[in-house]
Design a protein around this ligand. Sequence first.
Ligand code: PGA
Length: 252
Amino acid sequence: MIPDQKIIAANWKMNKTNSEAAEFITKLKAEINNCDGFCKIIIFPSAIALESSARLCEDSKIEIGAQNCHWESSGAFTGEISVDMIKSVGAKYVLVGHSERRTYFSEDDETVNKKIRKILSSNLKPIFCIGENLEYRTNNMAKSVVETQIKRGLSAIENTKIEDIIIAYEPLWAIGTGRTINCDQLDEIGNIIKKTVFEEFGSQVQVIYGGSVNSQNAKSFLSLESIDGALIGGAALDEQSFLNIIKIAKGI
Ligand code: PGA
């Protein structure tokens, strides 16, 4: 069963030292722990801050995820972290296929697929990022890009595992640019993603949106039937701004 609670996730990227992460989480916890019925809150700190962040969140409604992992269990992969390492510190989610990983670290649909299968096999939950670049959007090819990314990224995954995956639709031209998609376009893509997954696997999937989400525009995206939450970069670096988006999600 797909939960109907909205998901509000913070992707901190390569930001925040351990002490900055702890300060943010401590303040956020104080604000949200007294309130009922909040949305699902997930924070993706750096790998270095994963353990301390997860420990700080143990007694809270905040969950922690890693920004990346390797698809092998262990071995000679200098600089990488494994799903067992992620799990051992209490994190529950892993971001996969973020456009910055695809652009700067040459990740492709095949490596993304290997990572998703590894994450699922260890009972962590992948947040699988997809999205088209500006050229594809301008040429009306966004639909075919996301369909291909879904089919390749989820290739050979058992139908029963699909509900454990969250898909983050993040058009590249909207990430960190201040440009956002309009609500009709987003609703259309949200429905296409859900339909593609249903046709391939007979399963429902949650779809969240990312790309310059902030407290001014969050309500319009989060109100869409096809959109189950948001993945937030820049506006999630400040605790008050992230909290404002959480409050908006709660009110929907
Ligand atoms: P942004 O980043 O909110 O700064 O656009 C979103 C993301 O990259 O996940």
